[in-house]
Design a protein around this ligand. Structure first.
Ligand code: T4K
Length: 406
């Protein structure tokens, strides 16, 4: 294939509309609109209406957990769950996560202490819990990253050894299992994000699930100003509620969840088939004995083998309309206010740093087809045939930081 075909070298971009990592899955539009019509006719738009209740019940059933408390978003869900559990002092979180995991703590003046990851899975290395915990540590937030679960038993055991509360950030892991059991009932609580970019979405939204009755009750108070009835407030609280429109989307999304997962899986397989023979490219693995949602396709680029670092490869993909992302660069520990702080004793983020310089997240979801993916793979092959030319070409042109959206 001639190098001139590539957009960087004067060819037409492979995709004339950008392919994103997070284009929302929609589900059955008619079902959604009919729910919207019903809720508008009912004139009950928020404050735990029937659609929010139905969503909570369906999620609790699906995840086989006693309580699901819906929230305005995943970040508020993390804040409320950790506050309701009495997190204070500091808490251990992986540095390789979306910054909301850390900010949710910091916002309540609980200091996040960043721990390293296990290199193969990108999940929190459970040994970091004992290494970093001090007398000030109150809890841990392990993150079930990329659409599959962490080593939940090891994390829970190590946290228990130190008497720490555990809130799983399962924002990426809705619908997944660990040892055959659905995510949702592990630790003291689990948090989900239903942001538009998540494979099951409520536009904005989130939830906390738990089997702890008292915790669920406290969280319900906290997300509704502390009200128990119209006039009685018994707890400090905020407005962390999901509304009826969001729940309508959530229910519609839930009905299509199996189709979304099947689509994501087909996409993942298309990537896998395409890149497995390319030296220096490796997809982050899924354990096929578990249920995974495959919502993130994460590629590791080994520059020594490919001759091309992840960054120029990603930039070249951008020029072709493939909006690959380097989640979660540069790492929470390199963002403010965390970056300016002294390093905690015993902290070593070598493996996190290595992953952050190699990973690139590729477009998937129902807006992307296996056919699109075969074209992306061809692009990868072509770009990696000319690493030096790609670098030289990019040096001559400024990188557009983001593609025009949607
Ligand atoms: N914990 C973890 C581990 C998380 O990943 C997240 C959120 C949270 C906690 C917090 O949950 P929330 O409070 O957000 O519920 C996105 C999302 O904003 C964020 O929810 C998500 N993680 C994170 C991984 O990704 P961005 O800034 O990278 O995505 P954004 O908005 O640029 O969207 C990506 C692309 O998707 C866009 O370029 C275009 C496309 N898109 C996006 C939206 C919103 C659409 O086509 N339509 C849309 O409506 O953060």
């Amino acid at each position: 294939m001639s190098i001139k075909r590539l957009a960087l070298f004067g060819g037409e971009p492979e995709f004339n509309r950008p392919l994103h990592v997070g284009t929302p899955n929609i589900g059955d539009t008619k079902r959604f609109l009919s729910r919207v019509e019903t809720l508008l006719n009912r004139r009950l738009l928020t404050n735990r209406g029937p659609l929010v209740r139905e969503l909570e019940q369906r999620v609790a059933e699906l995840l086989n957990v006693k309580h699901c408390v819906t929230m305005s978003n995943g970040t508020a869900a993390l804040e409320i769950a950790t506050r309701a559990l009495g997190f204070k002092g500091n808490a251990i979180v992986p540095a390789l996560t979306f910054v909301a995991t850390a900010h949710a703590l910091e916002w309540q003046r609980v200091r996040p202490i960043f721990a390293d990851i296990a290199p193969r899975t990108h999940h929190l290395d459970p040994r970091g819990i004992e290494r970093l915990a001090t007398s000030l540590t109150s809890g841990v937030i392990p993150v079930n990253l990329w659409g599959r679960t962490a080593d939940i038993d090891a994390v829970t055991r190590r946290a228990a050894n130190r008497g720490l509360a555990v809130v799983f950030d399962s924002s990426h892991a809705f619908g997944c299992t660990y040892k055959g059991k659905p995510v949702g009932g592990f630790g003291n609580a689990e948090v989900f994000s239903f942001h538009a970019t998540k494979f099951v979405n409520t536009f904005e939204g989130g939830a906390v699930t738990t089997n702890d009755d008292a915790l669920a009750e406290r969280m319900r108070l906290m997300q509704n100003f502390g009200f128990v009835d119209r006039d009685t407030v018994i707890h400090v609280g905020i407005n962390g509620k999901m509304n009826e429109l969001e729940a309508a989307m959530g229910l519609t999304s839930l009905e299509a969840m199996d189709d979304f997962i099947a689509h994501n899986h087909a996409n993942y397989c298309a990537y896998l088939e395409g890149v497995e023979d390319i030296d220096g490219l490796k997809l982050v693995e899924y354990d096929n004995s578990e249920r995974n949602n495959y919502q993130y396709v994460v590629l590791e680029v080994d520059e020594r083998a490919t001759g091309l670092h992840r960054d120029p490869l990603m930039q070249a993909l951008h020029s072709e309309g493939v909006d690959a992302r380097r989640y979660f660069y540069p790492g929470c520990h390199r963002m403010e206010p965390y970056q300016s702080r002294p390093k905690p004793k015993g902290q070593d983020l070598t493996l996190t740093e290595a992953a952050l310089s190699r990973v690139v997240t590729l477009p998937t979801g129902t807006a992307v087809t296996p056919g699109d993916i075969r074209r992306i793979v061809l692009l990868l092959q072509e770009l990696l045939e000319h690493p030096a030319d790609v670098v030289q070409r990019l040096a001559k042109q400024p990188h557009r930081a983001t593609l025009s959206s949607v």
